[in-house]
Design a protein around this ligand. Structure first.
Ligand code: NAD
Ligand code: GLY
Length: 370
């Protein structure tokens, strides 16, 4: 590891702050274990991540009382049942208030671990060791923690910030291509919602990113984290601006819930959702169609889906969107845009227009429901 290759950022939350470090070799060489105060440590990880990286993490925790829970992979594990099991692990090890939870994995492990840490004895420390691109650029930063219910995504959770985010970019070497693309959807989101210059940079570097060029990935991760850290610093608990980070997510969460968290990856659902949000914005006369087409073109180049899956039911999706956390007093609040880099929160969106956009996309699907 060359120290020059490490990118250092900070999330500033008034008097509180925590570091984000991005670069190769960090699991083994970064000083992250020094941030752990107490004796008890619970590591949460999954079956795809553990064979590659668990030993490296455990080796750094010698001398501590350590428990490890290895979950099956995937969104279907982000449940109250898994949450309860992890709390049981902390109870079994008699973890005290200075215990630490370590999230070694993608956003599923990160969100679940953070919620466990938020709730054990009303809140203990947790460290994010993200191993997917999506987790490095989004879910590990900002302190949103949650589990899903069958009725909807992330409906149970808490704001609870980690003590550090340590993104070892070497871990991306084992990430499947499809997961890399899913992470790139969230990277594109930052350009689309607030930084047209970054979007243009992504258009210029799409192939390098897909080829896992280290410099391009490092730059994309750093710029994404800078965007997120700045927004979270201004609006930690989503009273306003932070909602913009949900561009595409109301559509996306409905898609994920509709197929019971088993089909589309989160990033894929967000990619489709951003395209639908752009189309809805155009339909409502807010944004030029050409910007939506540019967004869809980049996402497609990044090997992401840009239309509803075959068999999608527009009425069901609209119904699921009604349970989104952004809604107030039963009114649909959506993040839409006025064109590239200009997202905004629209407090009361006409449901008929949403349904029309969903219906048109479902009808245009190359493989209509049989
Ligand atoms: P994930 O955690 O399911 O990881 C994706 C897949 O990659 C899994 O199969 C996992 O086992 C595997 N994997 C992880 N790291 C690997 C590695 N280095 N090598 C090989 N395989 C690896 O999914 P994700 O895309 O990382 O995260 C999605 C989750 O994040 C969703 O639940 C979403 O709601 C949440 N999220 C949260 C926030 C937030 O602010 N808290 C933001 C965005 C997304
Ligand atoms: N991923 C949305 C947020 O962190 O607010």
């Amino acid at each position: 590891m060359t120290p020059d290759a490490i990118r250092h950022l900070r999330v500033e939350l008034g008097a509180r702050r925590y570091p984000i470090r991005i670069g190769p070799g960090l699991l083994e060489h970064d000083a992250w274990p020094d941030l752990i105060r107490g004796r008890h440590v619970l590591i949460l990880t999954d079956e795809n991540v553990a064979p590659h990286y668990l030993e490296r993490v455990q080796a750094r925790l010698a001398g501590r009382t350590c428990a490890t829970r290895i979950l099956p992979p995937g969104e279907s594990q982000k449940t109250l049942a898994r949450f309860g099991e992890a709390l049981g692990d902390l109870a079994a090890m008699k973890a005290s208030r200075d215990a630490t939870v370590i999230a070694l994995g993608g956003g599923v492990i990160g969100d679940l671990s953070g919620f466990v840490a938020a709730c054990w004895m009303r809140g203990i420390a947790f460290v994010q060791l993200p191993t997917t691109l999506l987790a490095m650029v989004d879910s590990s930063v900002g302190g949103k923690t949650a589990v899903d219910l069958p009725q909807g995504k992330n409906l149970v959770g808490a704001f609870h910030q980690p003590v550090a985010v340590i993104a070892d970019t070497d871990t991306l070497a084992t990430l499947p291509d499809r997961e890399l693309s899913a992470g790139l959807a969230e990277v594109v989101k930052y350009g689309a919602l607030g930084d047209a210059g970054f979007f243009a940079w992504l258009e210029a570097h799409a192939e390098a990113l897909l080829a896992r060029d280290a410099a391009a990935l490092g730059e994309a991760i750093e710029r994404s984290c800078r965007h997120k850290a700045a927004i979270v610093a201004r609006d930690e608990t989503e009273q306003g601006e932070r909602a913009l980070l949900n561009l595409g997510h109301t559509f996306g969460h409905a898609l994920e819930t509709a197929d019971a968290y088993g089909g589309l990856l989160h990033g894929e659902a967000v990619a489709i959702g951003m395209v639908l949000a752009a189309r809805l914005s155009t339909r409502l006369g807010m944004a030029p169609a050409t910007d939506g087409e540019r967004l869809a073109a980049l996402l497609a180049r990044l090997r992401l889906p840009v239309g509803l899956p075959a068999g999608s039911d527009p009425a069901q999706l609209l119904d699921l969107m009604r349970l989104d956390k952004k809604n107030l007093s039963g009114r649909l609040r959506l993040i839409l845009w006025q064109g590239m880099g200009r997202a905004l929160l629209v407090p009361e969106v006409d449901e008929a227009a949403v349904l029309a956009v969903l219906r048109k996309d479902a009808a245009d699907s190359p493989h209509p429901a049989g």
